[in-house]
Design a binder for this molecule. Sequence first.
Ligand code: HSE
Length: 298
Amino acid sequence: KSVKIFAPATVANLSCGFDVLGCCLDTVGDEMKISLTNSNEVKITKIDGANLPLETHKNVAGVAVEALLASYEKKVGVDIEIYKKIKAGSGIGSSAASSAGAVWAVNHLLENPFTAQELVQFAMEGEKLASGNAHADNVAPALLGGFTLVRSYEPLDVIKLHTPKDLVMTVIHPQIEVKTSDSRSIIKHNVSLKQAIQQWGNVGGLVTGLFTEDYDLIGRSLQDVIIEPLRSILIPEFDTVKKEVIAKGALGCGISGSGPSIFALSKGEQTANIVAEAIQEVYSKTGLDYDIHVSKIN
Ligand code: HSE
């Protein structure tokens, strides 16, 4: 028994929601083929498009599937083929796509013994391997679709939010690699009460804006006073890109996950495309290679 799947890219944090907010892109992602076998072993049989480890315990998909099988009552084997399109260290959930895709596919082949919440927990093991931290803000939207909120990690409580129909994401990925582990190491572990007040005000505002489809409120809430000021120095032309895309009508703009990708949310595809052009113009002057994606959220 086998299944071929699309494993979506995701944008985590969404400015104010470090480690708790994320959303799933509709058109950017990897492909995977997952098969059940009689071998009683999890094997990574093929990786195309990236230089990633084939050893099960060093591969995020392998580790996530082993976590799932450890909670499954019968013995089964799994073969995993990964066709990477999302580059590692891009900030659009490359490791999450593999972990989430693999556990989703195995659960599907086993006829859904696990809940979405449980799948998030298994996929988080892959994130732990990739970045040293079991954050769920990429794997949750990859598994549940749309926008998600991790209300709590202990116990895990993931909530699917509403997706306003006209929201469109523009993401630029400069071709430099920023490891999530490095980008986490520069974050301060204490925040001031003033920063916390601003940040949780924005998280509440963003969630409300999504549910009420209040695009202005979404835009006002896409602010990060804690992480972005520290991490943005890792990203070429971040401030210029942000200024330009807001001038062109984007609702908001920030670092995608741990970077180096930059995301901008717009109302409508037309604005999202204008925003993409504005980013391209800034980046064409840097001499850096980059990918740019415009995608619905689904
Ligand atoms: N919340 C994580 C971080 C996402 O910002 O480190 C990594 O993609």
